[in-house]
Design a protein. Sequence first.
Length: 329
Amino acid sequence: MNKIQLEEAIQRFKDAKVLVIGDIIVDHFIWGKVSRISPEAPVPVVNVSREEMLLGGAANVLKNIFSLGGRGELCGIIGRDELGTRLVDMVEELSINSNGIVHGRRPTTVKTRIVAQGQQVVRFDREQVGIPSKGPLGGMIEFLDEHLSGFDAIIVSDYAKGVVNEQFMTHLHQCRKNLFEKSGRKIPLVVDPKPSNLHHYVGATVITPNHLEAKNISGMELQEEPSIHAAARFIRDEIGCENVLITRGEAGMTLLRDDNTLTTIPAMAKEVYDVTGAGDTVVATLALGLAVGCSVEHAAMLANHAAGIVVGKIGTASVNMAELSDCLK
């Protein structure tokens, strides 16, 4: 597939509809400047200039899909609190249906980052981790039963907060299987994983561990190509997935396809300012590519270009269709 064909695939993103399942997070940024050290402790004093709330976690994946011109919906759990209400408002402001967002008892997860002079000073999280209670989990399963057939691809965005759990994932795999047996449609499943939940991802179309995650899953030191190939093959065989895409930062990406072909895709970033949310951009672009008929290799190429753009931005950023198209020229 040449650049013209990749560009044509990007233009077809508008015809794709992706379901994003996973841990919904609010990203809270506090921006300011540091001019002195506190007399109370050896820490910088940040003079706050502004604050902003952004969609994070699985919600940031959805934002990336929207930014790239695609359509999608979000399935996950938030709290019955002010932050949860604000998050739903942010989703609906994108003209995205929020029916898959279920309210639960635990609070909405929020990550607060304090950024000064373009650098993150500290981050603190407010969250309650664990498998959701019966009611919210049942609400997610009900949404899946009623709406899965209306999507062209699925993303599981696992931040290890508990939404991606054995009961729900077993049901998801069965729903995909039932749909395939009934209609012949095999909806691509892209997973942004956590090593501790590896067994939940059985049968995924593509799993996208980063370098450290691949190392932790396989127990191997990833240095030369043979060790990377071995780690990717271990992951694929361990969970019976079709393809493994290891994201390796400045070293680019390594793709092990279902035919055992190993492909290295060089990094595209000119300058790296912030890797926050880069994994979200990768899975969003990858899923859109698969949804419009790209091979996994060509979808990974588009995801690599998108990642190269987003790491050049500060904060939980996203990539738009015009930016992705321009980088192919």
